[in-house]
Ligand binder design. Structure first.
Ligand SMILES: Cc1cc2nc3c(=O)[nH]c(=O)nc-3n(C[C@H](O)[C@H](O)[C@H](O)COP(=O)(O)O)c2cc1C
Length: 209
């Protein structure tokens, strides 16, 4: 059993190639059941989940998110902006990389935000609950680890989570109550690919005292 669990972790990959078919409700419900089993600070259990499978809703969320990133990209191209952001501690290379990633994200053609995923799961917290970030991450990661057993391919979506924190348009597209903030989000769908090899993941630098 210990080795089986480690092997499950080793094989856990971000999946961005989805079959174009709806995810069965019972499978999504299974993910939420796994999320509900995660621990939470003070056992407060304040995490909420939102599941999006309606193609029109997914498309509206995607569009709103891309509007946000197109705007951010325009700002990053204003002369002097990179130098200013450099003062906040980001290296020039990091900022150039961000600019290149955003340019690719908003470019026409393929869906580089959701990869045409048939489902999106978003985990939120009440705005006035300052300490629950870990709760939301643990819940979403329980769901993600469980998803791989179905198997469903999943991929965290930091782009959406960040945009939801900054853009009222994105929150509106997500139909979120005003008092909720997004912590974690991931796309899900039945996989088109299976990964045979596990990527190298070096050990975490550790101190022992
Ligand atoms: C917090 C977090 C946010 C992420 N956001 C995105 C994202 O917005 N888009 C994306 O394609 N992948 C995203 N990923 C997936 C990472 O790119 C991926 O985990 C990493 O490349 C390693 O690949 P692997 O998960 O297959 O081992 C995110 C991962 C994490 C942990």
């Amino acid at each position: 059993m210990p080795e089986a669990l480690l092997q499950h972790f080793r094989q856990q990959r971000s999946g961005r190639e989805y079959r174009q078919e709806p995810v069965a409700r019972e499978h999504l419900a299974g993910l939420l059941a796994a999320a509900a089993l995660a621990p939470s600070g003070l056992n407060a259990r304040v995490v909420r989940a939102h599941v999006y499978t309606d193609p029109a809703a997914l498309s509206a969320i995607r569009e709103a998110t891309l509007v946000f990133y197109r705007m951010l990209l325009r700002i990053l191209h204003v002369p002097g902006t990179l130098a200013l952001l450099h003062l906040t501690g980001q290296t020039h290379e990091q900022l150039q990389l961000l600019r290149a990633e955003l340019a690719e994200l908003v470019s026409d053609g393929e869906d580089r935000l959701f990869y045409d995923a048939p489902a999106l799961l978003v985990f939120t917290l009440p705005r006035r609950h300052p300490t629950g970030e870990g709760d939301a991450w643990l819940a979403s990661h329980n769901a993600m680890l469980y998803a791989a057993t179905i198997p469903l391919a999943t991929c965290y979506n930091g782009f959406l989570a960040m945009a939801a924190g900054k853009s009222a348009r994105v929150r509106h597209a997500l139909c979120l109550p005003r008092d909720e903030r997004v912590v974690a989000a991931f796309t899900a769908g039945y996989p088109r690919l299976t990964y045979r090899r596990c990527p190298p993941r070096p050990p975490i630098p550790t101190t022992w005292r």
